[in-house]
Design a protein around this ligand. Structure first.
Ligand code: NDP
Ligand code: OXD
Length: 311
């Protein structure tokens, strides 16, 4: 008798929630949250950062389904068996979350909400100068699954949007820049810089004081990508010397952000705890189930990570 292909849910958060939805999506599969000691193969694993040794211990592993969009920790763990594809998370729930989070930060800053909050603390009633969205340039670093829809949303709100990517990308309504040589031009004169790049060897320390200085003085940095892209000391210097007006940060070089980090107490740094876009089981399970169906139909998998590229 043929065994049902096994799916191991090794997610640290809500494994039973994922398992229940997988059982409904793929009833012809065996869905487990711990591997039974029966020597049977486990072709699929759903995982974020795997516990040490887990992936190597799985017999007959065919596909790793990452519950995260960013896979730098998974790749750096050295736990991915050679030749086993990693499918990263591309999920409508994640896209919606990031679009909302970036929209919230950009609009709050654009409409002076942060500054009015300070005025409120002092009981001050005074209208601040306003600009039209069309008068503001927003540069989005990364024009992929998240950066693309974020750029589209900002363009729909009327901002003058530029995107920057590794290879040329067309995002309707936006000006596209590509490649390291075009970074300076992509950022020049921008009012808002949104980072949605993956963490790779090429993106580390990309956002330094020199790059921030190319923006319009008093501008906004929004980091929803990864903390490693930003040089923390340069960001603080840029806030203090007027190069930047504010920074909205969701991701950090070390997470959770250490209690003594100066970002916590800076009056113009707005922190969220890596919560910009979270993987919802109720949208992502359908996406992962479709990857499994494709694999079993012998079709190429979508959104496979290129380990050499790092994303
Ligand atoms: P994608 O792989 O779809 O897009 C990545 C984009 O970055 C692409 O446009 C790519 O260029 C560009 N890029 C990569 N390397 C470079 C480089 N060296 N120079 C210029 N551009 C580069 O990823 P997603 O949009 O799905 O996700 C982006 C990142 O967002 C994730 O890797 C993760 O770090 C972060 N994230 C954060 C979350 C949060 O809650 N804060 C939640 C989910 C993700 P090209 O198009 O040419 O390939
Ligand atoms: C991420 C995620 O990559 O939460 O940050 O998916």
């Amino acid at each position: 008798m043929n065994r049902m292909p096994r799916i191991l849910i090794a997610a640290r958060t809500n494994p039973e929630g994922f398992a229940t939805l997988f059982r409904a999506e793929l009833p012809e599969h065996e869905v487990v949250t711990a591997v039974p000691d029966d020597g049977a193969p486990t072709p699929y694993v759903v995982v974020g950062l795997p516990p040490p040794g887990l992936l190597a211990s799985l017999k007959g592993l065919e596909v790793i389904l990452s519950i995260n969009a960013g896979v730098e920790h998974l790749l750096a763990s050295g736990e991915v068996p050679p030749g086993v594809p990693v499918v990263r998370m591309v999920d409508p729930g994640l896209v919606a979350g990031m679009v909302e989070w970036v929209a919230g930060r950009v609009l709050a800053w654009h409409r002076n909400l942060f500054a009015y909050r300070e005025q409120q603390a002092g009981g001050l009633w005074a209208q601040l100068p306003e600009m039209l969205a069309a008068e503001r340039i927003v540069t989005v670093l990364g024009a992929g699954e998240l950066g693309g829809p974020v750029a589209t949303m900002l363009a729909t709100l009327g901002f003058a949007v530029r995107t920057w990517s590794r290879t040329p990308r067309v995002v309707p309504g936006c000006s596209g820049f590509a490649g390291r040589d075009a970074l300076g031009d992509a950022v020049a004169g921008a009012d808002v810089l949104v980072n949605l790049l993956p963490a790779t060897a090429q993106t580390i320390d990309l956002i330094d004081h020199r790059l921030l200085s190319r923006m319009r003085p008093g501008s906004l940095l929004v980091n929803g990508g990864r903390g490693s892209a930003v040089v923390d000391a340069d960001l603080l210097r840029a806030l203090d010397d007027g190069v930047l007006g504010a920074a909205a940060l969701d991701v950090f070089r070390q997470e959770p952000l250490p209690g003594d980090h100066p970002f916590w107490s800076h009056p113009r740094v707005f922190i969220t705890p890596h919560a910009a876009a979270i993987t919802h089981a109720r949208t992502s399970v359908a996406v992962m189930a479709e990857s499994i169906r494709r694999h079993e139909r012998g079709e190429p998998l979508a959104n496979v990570v290129d380990p050499a590229r790092g994303y």
